[in-house]
Design a protein around this ligand. Structure first.
Ligand SMILES: [Ca+2]
Ligand SMILES: [Ca+2]
Ligand SMILES: [Ca+2]
Length: 161
């Protein structure tokens, strides 16, 4: 029963995080980009966050598992399925809102690291990749349960690459 309550709370928090906001609830805080911080989390509470991300249940989080939402967003924005997102595709929903358009245009520019006017999946996912690499303390390309838990508890492991 307790776990069920926790799961509902986690789903609520995650859906809020997807909206890009920040929420404080029972000492858990969730920042934009789905960064979850819960300093006193028990192992069971960590599992509530870990398990839905580890979709193949092998107890490690691969980058593809971690970036599944970003990869879905990329596919959605790439309306002509060229494998690249143009500025027009990226800003399609902001066209009628000047404030949002300016913000999205500058975000696009910051993601377009080779400045060729379009975003590859790697460019689009780069912020998520950075977050993953920060959490992958031993740099083996996988996020272990321990690495994940350490970050959620706000005590990231020292890098040992
Ligand atoms: Ca996995
Ligand atoms: Ca580019
Ligand atoms: Ca690792």
């Amino acid at each position: 029963m307790k776990l069920r309550t926790l799961t509902i709370a986690a789903l609520f928090i995650l859906s809020f995080a997807i909206a890009g906001g920040m929420l404080l609830l029972n000492g858990l805080s969730v920042l934009a980009q789905d960064k979850i911080i819960a300093p006193g989390a028990s192992d069971a509470q960590i599992d509530v966050f870990f398990n839905p991300i580890d979709t193949n249940n092998d107890r490690v989080i691969s980058f593809d598992e971690f970036s599944v939402k970003q990869q879905g967003n990329f596919a959605k924005l790439d309306t002509d399925k060229s494998g690249q997102i143009t500025l027009v595709e990226y800003t399609v929903e902001a066209q009628s809102k000047p404030d949002k358009l300016a913000k999205e245009t500058s975000k696009f520019a910051s993601l377009d690291t080779n400045q060729d006017g379009s975003l590859t999946l790697a460019e689009f996912e780069a912020p998520r990749r950075q977050q993953f690499d920060d959490m992958d303390a031993n740099c083996d390309g996988q996020m272990s349960w321990g690495e994940f838990a350490a970050t959620v508890r706000n005590k990231p492991m020292p890098k040992s690459c």
